[in-house]
Design a binder for this molecule. Structure first.
Ligand SMILES: Cc1ncc(COP(=O)(O)O)c(C=O)c1O
Length: 483
């Protein structure tokens, strides 16, 4: 069955458009969850809890922009596995590439990349990562996921900060002895400044800079790291310029204040971590002026500026890197990635290169198969001009989203976005939940972010016809609530 399906997919290979081979449209024939879903969930829950689960997916039947569940329901999927499929489901060329020897051996005999990399690893790094590196950042490090990317990037920044303090010297005996007892100077009082509403992962250190949802944090000990305000703009932006400029000013002042307060306590802020768009936090944007302000403050204080592009990176905002839209006078020091990039990791500036080995390390240090797959993804994105196409579709989608909000002023508000990376708000959390479920029943798989937003994270094979269908399904759903 799988072989037959994949053979069909291979035949699609030379087709000009993925869309021509997708289902004709969404179709939801069962209640949600459907009968097969309920039975499988019950079975799995005996051993693997299903309380956080959304639905089981039939990955053999899902294709392009369409996700099919195990009851045969087909959804136009604008969420794409939590924004992780750069080219939709089962892109025929990726399926074919997955049959190649390097993909097979790298999957079957996974390299411990930090110690025993494959001979094609340098080539893969150049093609998959260096070829699309953000301006000014040619060094990269692969990791496992978004949180592990942030976690290790923060550690690398701390190592640099301390090395600077030692005048470039390696840690001496005093450092090496005291670190084993978690005492000064080996274990320094460095902090990471994050923002209200930020999300950077759920490992122990990243959770200390994640301030998004209470259930993510409650009961877990945290580093006492400073929290600053992130702008909360009024929309439409152009009509609220004075208010929004004041937000930028207030938040930048808050950052400076928090850095000063830490210094007074003897706790240097070594890193400022920020998302270009607070995504899990509800698609909250910051202006290029605010970002430049952060860059200026970090440079002035010798702090590492870490831009977390785990959710925004990979092309959906019209560029591989969302922070490019800021046009910063000097690049950030670190940019982290994962999700659509298929592998976790980060880019970093030359001055952060280390002189001692084994300090940023773990068993796998990423996944070679995923990096190889990314070489193909990048090749396809460039060859098929998918970023350019995404900008066209995005412009159209943004304008239609605004019209939709105007048609349903009591239900939908604050349409916003960058190309196809977009969001719209519902009146409150309860409506957010109800509206999302109703969209699913209408065949649109959209998901929530923040307290009242719906987010759109389609892949780069999302075309105008998909954008129009998304709007049509949202409109249909909105009308059901207005009856
Ligand atoms: C901005 C950002 N950073 C970090 C993460 C954590 O990534 P992961 O879930 O792969 O650990 C996420 C996940 O949603 C994210 O959106």
């Amino acid at each position: 069955m799988l072989v037959r399906r994949l053979t069909t997919l291979r035949q699609v290979r030379l087709s000009s458009s993925i869309a021509n081979h997708e289902p004709a449209g969404p179709s939801v024939k069962t209640p949600l969850p459907g009968p097969n879903e309920q039975a499988l969930r019950k079975r799995m829950d005996n051993h693997f809890q299903t309380i956080s689960m959304n639905m089981f997916v039939d990955f053999e039947k899902s294709f392009g922009n369409y996700m099919v569940d195990i009851d045969g329901n087909a959804f136009l999927d604008v969420y794409q596995q939590i924004s992780t499929l750069p080219l939709g489901y089962n892109h025929p060329e990726l399926v074919e590439f997955a049959r190649s020897d390097p993909m097979i051996t790298s999957t079957v005999s996974r390299a411990a990349l930090g110690a025993f990399p494959r001979s094609d690893f340098p080539d893969a790094i150049e093609k998959a990562l260096v070829s699309i590196a953000p301006k000014g950042l040619k060094n990269c490090q692969t990791m496992l996921c978004g949180a592990s990317a942030n976690e290790h990037a923060i550690k690398q920044a701390f190592i640099w900060y301390q090395t600077q303090k030692r005048g470039g010297k390696a840690p001496d005996d005093e450092y090496l002895t005291s670190c084993m007892e978690q005492k000064l100077p080996g274990t320094p009082n460095l902090t990471v400044l994050g923002f209200q509403g930020g999300y950077h992962g759920r490992t122990m250190a990243t959770l200390s800079v994640t301030r998004c949802k209470t259930y993510q944090k409650v009961d877990i000990p945290a580093f006492q790291w400073p929290i600053a305000k992130y702008p909360r703009y009024k929309y439409p932006l152009a009509e609220n310029k004075a208010y929004n400029d004041a937000q930028d000013k207030e938040c930048l002042e808050d950052v400076e204040l928090k850095i000063k307060e830490q210094k007074e306590k003897g706790h240097d802020v070594a890193v400022v971590i920020a998302e270009p768009i607070q995504s899990e936090g509800g698609d909250k944007y910051c202006s290029p002026q605010f970002a430049q302000g952060l860059r200026d403050i970090t440079q002035k204080n010798g702090i590492v500026f870490l831009v977390d592009e785990v959710q925004t990176g990979g092309g959906a905002t019209g560029d591989f890197w969302c922070h490019t839209h800021w046009n910063l006078s000097t690049p950030p020091d670190i940019v982290t990635f994962s999700k659509r990039m298929l592998t976790g990791g980060y880019y970093y500036a030359d001055h952060l290169r280390m002189t001692e080995g084994m300090r940023i390390f773990n068993t796998w240090v990423g996944d070679p198969a995923k990096l190889l797959l990314l070489t193909k993804v990048v090749e396809i994105i460039k060859r098929d001009h998918l970023l350019e196409k995404n900008r066209e579709v995005g412009k159209h989608f943004q304008s239609e989203l605004s019209k939709l909000a105007a048609h349903h002023p009591n239900l939908l508000s604050t349409p916003r976005g960058m190309n196809t990376f977009a969001a719209i708000d519902l009146p409150n959390t309860e409506m957010q939940g109800k509206f999302t479920k109703a969209c699913h029943l209408n065949g649109l798989h959209v998901e929530r972010c923040g307290a009242q937003s719906l987010r759109f994270r389609p892949s780069l094979v999302y075309e105008k016809k998909h954008a129009d269908l998304t709007i049509e399904l949202l409109d249909k759903t909105a009308k059901q609530f207005e009856k």
